[in-house]
Design a protein around this ligand. Sequence first.
Ligand code: ZN
Ligand code: ZN
Length: 362
Amino acid sequence: MDYKGRQTRLQTALEPSRLDGLLITHLPNIRYLCGFSGSAGAILISESKSVFFTDGRYKEQAQVEVQGSRIVVARKPPLSAAAEWLVANAKKLGAKTLGIEAEHLSVAERSRLAKALPSGLRLREAPPLVEQARMRKDAEEIERLRAAVLLGASLFEVALTAIRPGVKETEVAAELEYAARRAGADGMSFDTIIASGARSARPHGRASEAAIPANGFVVCDFGVILAGYCSDMTRTVHVGQPDEETQRVYAAVRDAQQAALETVGAGVSAGDVDRSARKVLQRKGLGMRFTHSTGHGVGLEIHEAPRLAAGQKDVLQPGMVITIEPGAYLPGVGGVRIEDMVVVTEQGCQILTPTGKELITI
Ligand code: ZN
Ligand code: ZN
């Protein structure tokens, strides 16, 4: 990974944001900038310096992983170590404004940091510079995402074997998660969703103790983390013979997903992609049943920018990796969601998820 290049680009973005430095505490941002994958770290970036702080537990890991930054291993939390370093280097640095990631710093941490800083250095909430950079994936990231998606998709076969009337949702989730680890996944990218029967009408129905009924939809939404990168996919299957109305709802969601996929492309706004999916469902009388957004960016985190929702002005750019996942949920009856991961290209998009979308009956 081109950690040095990422840091250099961030350094050039500091001045236009009227910052002399940026203290990064959000772990995925730290990983993106220097490669560190541990759970205690902070990185300080100024126009000419890059210093990574961690504690003794991560000394060896930092030496192996961190690139492009000086490493400081301290006997105190990384944030305190960063403040101490700033006190010692205040004169040399001549910095006046230090950016912090307000979304990722607790109120207590902020006040501790403010107290520990040298006088003359003030804190400012920085714009999400690293998140913005992370939106467009480079070739190496796309390869990692592709590998994660393929591993994730292989789990759908496991789900198809495990889903049977009377089997608990948690048992199906357990089979998926076991297979994921066996195949080398770092872990799951979020709590596996296996939502059957009436529970499938809950868009975020985490696998429960409920037994899969003899007839109804089963929404399976799952993903893995592989080499740090997340996958995310949803398929909805039907246990027992689907009646006409059930098939109609499924087909409507599939058409909505197809319409959104066809809208994706460089230069298109995130809101337009959302609108194209919503329009199809509205035409089928299901507009009110589509209760969430159409998709989201995926990368080092399962949910990252951009967000594909009504009115979102973010413009899609080549290299963005996003999900397309419309759904329709009928309370008390059941729900359908179909989700793929795609890479935005100049002309449109490339679908990463290899799995078919015909309604599978079990
Ligand atoms: Zn999902
Ligand atoms: Zn998703």
